[in-house]
Design a protein around this ligand. Sequence first.
Ligand code: ZN
Length: 329
Amino acid sequence: MNNSWLIHAPEGYGKWQVLQQAAAALLCESPGDPGAAAGRPLLPGAIGRRHACGTCASCALVRAGTHPDLFIAVPQAQAGALGLVAADDAAGAERTETKGASQDIRIDQIRSLADWATSTSHRAVAKVALVYPADALNPAAANALLKTLEEPPPGVHFLLGAHRLDAVLPTIRSRCQQFALPRPDGDAARARVGAAADVDALLAWCQGAVHRADPGAGLNWAQALLDAAAAAPILRSAALPPPPDLATGMAALIKVASDLQRAQHRSAALYLPRQQAALDRIASRIPATRLADFGRRLLRRRRLAAFPLNQPLAADALLLEFSQLFAAS
Ligand SMILES: [Zn+2]
């Protein structure tokens, strides 16, 4: 039986959480049947069939991050963000992260994984290797992992998660059972951000990526910006609400510009469906070429990560640029 899985979905869909749950369930010493738990299993086959009890010795070891039959390979630079660094080490981890810790999963990590995979199981339930994200395997590490997947040691489950399937070596893909994690729904969003939030607006804004660090960042501001722009006959940047910070403002304006362009093409808004009326009104007041230029400029600047030192000034400039979309030419 093939025990290698490749779970893929865009960033923010919750792959990491799902992979951790699947690992815990495979290792659990008294697993339950997911039918008893709320909702249907997210994952198919053997990895969706059980859920961890949360109370056995194995579950406690998984929670503590010390289970000997669980091997986790992630880029060093992401360990802290993925919750893999104990609180005591958090300060140290932060130091390594700023010192240019690797964004890749490196070959020495995969060599350790291969050694661990051939050693005997400690608790004799199962062994689980978690590799996340598989997009981050550097070429040497990917080839080393492929060798292990080609002759997988018995009893070892390989759980790989990838943001982009095409970023994973085809030979690795073909060794795994593949599964596309579905886009999070309203229940998943509510579980993440609370029932009080407007989850439909949030799901549209983040395009389902509710497991990102701050999925609603910039949403309130973008809504306020559009309301202000739609209401004012002549737009002055001073009358517009300032963005929470430059990076958030930039990312939000890229979505606003995209929805305005969609409105000009008579397509429904992707990110801000609640603001459709304001988008339509505003879009009709901006020349299409000027709007397209604005969108391209924002994307280019984000790609270059060209963030100036004087951020408040740059945020003001961003608003000025937006207001100039409406200027009489
Ligand atoms: Zn358990």
